[in-house]
Structure formats: C-alpha cells, structure tokens
Design a protein around this ligand. Structure first.
Ligand code: NAD
Length: 274
C-alpha cells in the first residue's frame, strides 16, 4: 500500500470517471476538503482534455487513462464513479497497484463483489463499495430493516434521472436484501392476471417487489412502503443534488485505509452493523 504520509498528511486522491456528473462533483469535494489532495483524474473518452473543461477549474490536471502516469501520481485512494466495464478494470488496477478504492459505480453483480473481495484482500489494498453514498439513504435502509418484521407486505419504489443505465438501483436491491434478512414473513402477491407484463415490478430479494421509475429532472429517490392491518409506513429518502453523496464519499476516502479488505455499504463506517 502507498505511504500514508507522503509530501504532507493530506490523502492523495485519484478520481476515475472524473469528467462525468458524479466525477466532477467528487473532484470539487476533494478540492474543498483540507485533508485531501486531488492528484490524478481518469476518464478514457476524454484523454488529454483539461479538467477545467468539465467545470472544475484551476487544478492544472488533465484527464488520463488508468496506467503508469496515474501510478506516478501515487494516489493512496481512487474514487470510481464510471460504468460497469470501467469499474471492473479500474478496481483490478487499484488492487494490483496498492491503491485503496472507494467505489460508487452501480450495477455490480454478486460475482463482481466476489471478485472484489478476492482482489481487495486487505494485504495490498482495501475497498469500500456503496451503492448509495447519501447518509440519509443508509438510514432509510436501516429503518426499513428495523420495520420489516412488524409488517406483512412491502414494496420498494426507486426513482432516478433518465440517464441511469441500470435498473433497479443498487440501493433498492440492498434495501430489499436488508429487509429480507430481518423478515422472511411476507404475504404472497395476490395478483393472478397480469394485464401488462411487469406491472408488479421486479422481484427483489425476499420476494419484495421493486419498481423503477426513470424521469427527467429527478436525481435519486426511494420510497419503502410497508403495510399491515389498518396501517402503512412510508420511508422516503430524496437526493436533490449530487452534493448529497459527498459527505459519504469523503467519509469513505478517510476510512478506507483503516478497513481491511472489502467493505460493502457505509453502515459500518457510520457505526451501524458489524
Ligand atoms: P456519467 O456518465 O456522467 O459519468 C461516468 C464517467 O465515466 C464518464 O465521464 C465516462 O467517460 C467515464 N468513464 C467511462 N469508462 C471509464 C473508465 N474505464 N475509466 C474511467 N472513466 C470512465 O455517470 P454518473 O451519473 O456520474 O454516474 C456514474 C456511476 O455512479 C453510475 O454507475 C451511477 O449509477 C453511479 N452513482 C452512484 C451513486 C452512489 O451513491 N453510489 C450516486 C450517483 C451515481
């Protein structure tokens, strides 16, 4: 692993997907954090273009491919908000080069998580993977898991902007998984006739239906609906702006070196779970 106190005590950070919507927001957050230094920016479709062109001014950094020049910048932590192919390649590079990874890219399969847990073995490097870096969303998942045993039906509606490539969201899947871990006792779906295929959504972990809405103007939103006799409970979280993810991303950058191996979700970083 890289030396944690190189030229000064600031954490040396590389951003993968730096020209993207999340990437530029992460670059600004890292630049604003007094304990961090932005040392490299990666975005293959935009190689040799200055970061300034993407609304992050004054760094003097140019977008690059992942490889020797990034290694030379000697990042301690790389933050990945790219796409599924990008994150697979970038995380392998990080692990092999002793760079801790903070991964926000969604769409990872169980197989991908298994691969990551082999790559980030705590010897060479660690990784934190979170499908949702908004601290309110982590609390929503916690609350939903606490509520689950007290209700007989549950459905999840996740709503995102119209450029999102994967459905359902990683947050919706993780929410259903957390709820399925605390309750297996759900009433069966009564639907016998599907007038429109898919009208009841996809079937998530524990058989909990998940509905994905894609709408221009939205950012990231989710509602967990729970029902039992005579009452229902709605737990809703809204990210109105990409800055909502930044406190969680900065927390993960600060913590990843201290968490051996692969950490999934922000829960343990926030003091929940084991
Ligand atoms: P985006 O399309 O705006 O940005 C992705 C960027 O990655 C682009 O600039 C693209 O050129 C770049 N890229 C592609 N391949 C790459 C590679 N191999 N290496 C480096 N860069 C590469 O997308 P976005 O809206 O910023 O979202 C990025 C990802 O983050 C998506 O998977 C999205 O679902 C996820 N996301 C996660 C959270 C969270 O809290 N975990 C929040 C928002 C978005």
């Amino acid at each position: 692993m890289s030396d944690a106190s190189k030229s000064d005590d600031r954490i040396r950070v590389a951003v993968m997907g730096a020209a993207g919507r999340m990437g530029t927001t992460v670059c600004r957050a890292v630049l604003d954090a007094p304990d961090m230094e932005l040392v490299a920016v990666v975005d293959p479709p935009h190689v040799d273009e200055p970061l300034d062109d993407f609304g992050v001014a004054g760094t003097g950094l140019t977008l690059e491919m992942v490889g020797p020049s990034i290694k030379k910048a000697d990042p301690q932590v790389a933050v990945d908000f790219t796409n599924i192919d990008g994150v697979r390649a970038n995380s392998r590079w990080c692990a092999l080069n002793g760079v801790h990874a903070v991964i926000g890219t969604t769409g990872l399969t169980d197989g991908d998580l298994q691969d990551l847990s082999g790559l980030f073995d705590g010897e060479r490097a660690n990784a934190v993977v979170a499908p949702n870096f908004a601290i309110g969303a982590v609390l929503m998942m916690q609350f939903a898991a606490i509520a689950a045993p007290w209700f007989e039906s549950a459905e999840i509606i996740e709503l995102h902007h119209d450029n999102k490539l994967d459905a359902p969201s990683g947050t919706a899947m993780l929410t259903a998984q957390r709820m399925a871990e605390t309750s297996a006792d759900w009433v069966p779906d009564p639907t016998e006739k599907h007038v429109l295929q898919g009208a009841r959504g996809g079937t998530g972990p524990g058989g909990i239906p998940i509905h994905s809405v894609r709408l221009r103007g939205l950012v990231a939103h989710q509602e967990v609906l729970l029902g039992t006799t005579g009452q229902s409970l709605s737990i809703r979280h809204d990210s109105y702006d990409r800055t909502s993810f930044m406190p969680g991303v900065l927390l993960a950058i600060r913590e990843v070196a201290k968490r051996p191996g692969l950490t999934i979700g922000l829960d343990t970083l926030l003091g929940f779970g084991s």
